[in-house]
Design a protein around this ligand. Structure first.
Ligand code: GLY
Length: 300
């Protein structure tokens, strides 16, 4: 059994952006699926699927991310191998084009898990990852959006989850060896305070993998996800319910809403290659495929 599920953010995706989201998650699925189906590892499938969405320009991840209160792109990401429990993550980086790949480098080549800011960028430089010009990550769509909201005195970073964006991306893969890997990447919330770090790089909040139970990637209002330790909570629910990803995903989103009035979505995969998807935003872009299915599914 091999399986892969991708998300491209949970929010009120406007009609005009639907096609870009559909195409972006479908392409990420295809890239990851080609790796898995040719015998590649869940770690490679997740890294390359997420990287394609960071490069896409459609999503709040990598190029095209939301701007912070300084008008800069500041990125977070993480990756976790559910067999070894090794993980790597970066927070608040400005000069990294593909934070998911830097997260993987930290997982593979470091004794640490989470590196932030300048220290993460120095690690990248020391390990041969080219630093980019921060201007390359800013796109005109996000500059216009930021200009339209930054003078609003009552703007709060939580608001967009109720009626506007959050496009965090993620992938969960199961490979032939039974390894489950999860990766998540984001530009975080619109107009966030510089230095703000969300749930995506926090293991147990935005990302969690355990090859004996399953894997999950989250998207949505990060402060809420952190408060309920969302990713680990859903995996614990799935372990307790006998491995049903659908019910665990639904219960997780109910819990998020009830406890902290949180908004967002989750993708979950179990050891049998079954999927769970739940969200309480108007839309969530996702795509999935397993060796038990004849064709991929792409939905918003
Ligand atoms: N879920 C992404 C963030 O809040 O940063």
């Amino acid at each position: 059994m091999i399986a892969l599920i991708i998300h491209g953010g949970a929010w009120n995706i406007p009609d005009i952006l639907l096609e870009g989201h559909r195409a972006g998650v479908a392409r990420a699925l295809e890239i990851g699926w080609n790796i898995l189906s040719s015998g590649g590892s869940a770690v490679d499938a997740v890294e390359h699927a997420v990287k394609s969405m960071e490069d896409d320009g459609t999503f709040d991840a990598g190029r095209g991310s939301h701007l912070n209160a300084n008008g800069d792109v500041e990125l977070d990401a993480s990756i976790m191998d559910g067999t070894t429990f090794r993980c790597g993550a970066v927070g608040a980086v400005h000069r990294i084009k593909n934070p998911i790949s830097l997260s993987r480098k930290i997982m593979d080549d470091s004794e640490h898990i989470l590196l932030v800011g300048e220290g993460a960028e120095r690690f990248a430089h020391e390990h041969g990852v080219q630093l980019c010009n921060p201007a390359e990550l800013r796109c005109s769509r996000e500059i216009d959006l930021w200009n339209s909201i930054r003078m609003k005195e009552d703007f709060q970073t939580k608001q967009p989850f109720q009626n506007q964006p959050s496009d965090t991306v993620g992938a969960v893969a199961l490979d032939r060896t039974g390894k489950i890997c999860v990766g998540t990447s984001t530009g975080g919330t619109l107009n966030k305070h510089p230095g703000r770090v969300g749930d995506s790089p926090l293991i147990g909040c935005g990302t969690f993998a355990d090859s004996a139970v399953g894997g999950i990637s989250t998207t949505g209002w990060g402060e809420g996800m952190i408060k309920v330790v969302m990713a680990k909570t859903v995996i614990d629910l799935m372990e307790m319910n006998g491995g049903d990803p659908r019910s665990a995903a639904e219960k997780g989103i109910e819990h998020l809403k009830r406890k902290v009035d949180g908004h967002g979505g989750v993708i979950v995969l179990n050891t049998r290659g079954q999927f769970g998807i739940s969200y309480n935003t108007p839309r969530m872009a996702r795509a999935y495929r397993s060796s038990a299915m004849d064709a991929p599914v792409v939905q918003i």
